[in-house]
Design a protein around this ligand. Structure first.
Ligand SMILES: [Zn+2]
Length: 89
């Protein structure tokens, strides 16, 4: 590998924006359990990823049924973003 490798990177102006194109990856939702277990580590169980935010919520009720003391959750949202090249800086 040459130490002189260059990328054109610096010669364009880039903007980072949410990707709303029709072929963009979907926004997905996950809920994970934050409840601390006996040894003070998080349970860390998490729902399957879903494009429907209601699905992880159903999972949380199932998780609560199995572990009645697990009442604290975090929602993890994955939203696609894209670098948009505006042209020469
Ligand atoms: Zn849990």
């Amino acid at each position: 590998m040459s130490a002189l490798t260059r990328r054109n990177f610096a010669f364009f102006k880039w903007t980072l924006r949410p990707d709303r194109d029709d072929d963009a990856p979907p926004t997905t939702y996950v809920l994970r359990c934050l409840t601390l277990t006996g040894d003070d580590t998080a349970c860390a169980a998490k729902s399957p990823s879903s494009e429907n935010p209601g699905e992880p919520q159903k999972w949380a009720f199932d998780h609560l049924r199995e572990h009645p003391e697990h009442t604290s959750y975090a929602e993890v949202i994955e939203r696609p973003w894209v670098m948009w090249r505006e042209g020469p800086a």
